[in-house]
Design a protein around this ligand. Structure first.
Ligand SMILES: [Fe+2]
Ligand SMILES: [Fe+2]
Length: 359
């Protein structure tokens, strides 16, 4: 049994996660004759953004304890850039503080090295420097894992509590997508700009406040009493999945990768949402649970097609060098997403073997 767990962990973190997953202690000690308490980097950051001079000074050289600490820290930094002000309050003043920027850059460099190394194994997908090749490669990446086993299990076998837990962890097919689209369109022009604007307007319910996608998701949450799972309790794969949006949205030079990652999300969302709807039908979900997934099941196939034909194609025709990078961003998103769903599927099917926090 131990071997299974260890093998599964290796799949959950395929992008360089050699360190064993750890639980999330506030602080721990390292073995040795003079064991010093080791404070998690996320906690040092939390202290630094209150203006604590000692914590700010120590921050640039402080290491993350593990991958969990690395992604919790990065997510906290991304909050300073993109979270609602009422959530981050005055700490947002430290968004560009040199000490915070140093930690962000250091953690991202290590992570990007892992992502790049994984991408090197993706084969011929990198040969995408024409519009036609880039669009074909994007379709190929999307088709690779369009329907993870977790969604098939959800449609056919999951119990109601398992469905609710799955959706709580999934967070919708495109959580935070509206802000990501708005960040991605900065500096684009022509057909790509118009397509991202159209996509954003759909996210906004085409001007109907009651049809804004986040409003529909809030109604889903209320309808099925979906619990809020604190970030600290999420599996590492879920943290990495969430952090990818922050990485792409806060690094202007990664705009091509962001265009690919968001397009990939659109290409894969429709069929997955249809399987969620099958689960709703099978389990008798309340009516108010449907609109969010109905909307995405219907509109996202069009979003994916238009993203390729009106945003990716024209952009690569204009900037051929963007082609491989757009496909790379799609591959990153696909791979990180799949690792998350594989871990989630195992967790919900074999809770006695491992805990979410260990995945
Ligand atoms: Fe949406
Ligand atoms: Fe969409």
């Amino acid at each position: 049994m131990k071997c299974d767990v260890e093998r599964n962990r290796a799949v959950v973190n395929p992008l360089g996660a050699s360190a064993p997953p750890l639980s999330n202690p506030a602080a721990r000690t390292r073995p040795g004759p003079a064991a010093e308490p080791v404070v998690a980097l996320q906690q040092q950051l939390a202290k630094a953004v209150t203006g604590d001079r000692g914590a700010l000074t120590a921050l640039p050289g402080a290491p993350a304890l593990d991958r969990r600490d690395q992604f919790l820290t990065l997510l906290a930094v991304y909050d300073l850039h993109t979270a609602p002000l009422e959530q981050v309050g005055d700490t947002a003043r430290f968004q560009h503080h040199p000490a915070v920027a140093a930690v962000k850059s250091r953690l991202e460099v290590g992570w990007l090295d892992q992502l790049e190394a994984a991408w090197q194994g993706a084969g011929g997908l990198a040969e995408a420097s024409t519009a036609e090749r880039a669009v074909t490669a994007m379709r190929s990446v999307a088709a690779r894992d369009r329907l993870p086993a977790a969604y098939k299990w959800l449609a056919k076998d999951a119990s109601w509590p398992e469905l609710v837990e799955f959706l709580a962890l999934e967070g919708g097919p495109d959580g935070g997508f509206d802000d990501l689209v708005s960040a991605c369109q900065v500096g684009l022009s022509g057909s790509a700009k118009v397509e991202l604007a159209q996509n954003y307007w759909d996210e906004m319910g085409n001007g109907d406040p009651a049809a804004v996608h986040t409003v529909l998701h809030n109604e889903l949450v209320a309808a099925i009493a979906m619990p809020h799972i604190p970030r600290e309790q999420l599996p590492v794969a879920a943290l990495e999945r969430a952090a990818l949006g922050g990485l792409l949205a806060t690094n202007r030079w990664l705009q091509p990768e962001m265009l690919g990652a968001l397009g990939l999300l659109e290409l894969q969302a429709g069929p997955r949402c249809r399987l969620v709807l099958q689960a709703f039908n099978r389990l008798g979900a309340p009516a108010a649970a449907y609109p969010f997934y109905l909307e995405h099941a219907e509109v996202d196939p069009r979003h994916g097609k238009d993203w390729l034909e009106k945003a990716v194609g024209p952009t690569v025709a204009k900037h051929p060098g963007w082609g491989p990078r757009i496909v790379k961003g799609a591959w990153w998103r696909s791979t990180i997403n799949l690792a998350f769903f594989q871990g989630l599927h195992r967790q919900l099917n074999a809770p006695q073997d491992q805990t979410l926090s260990a995945a």
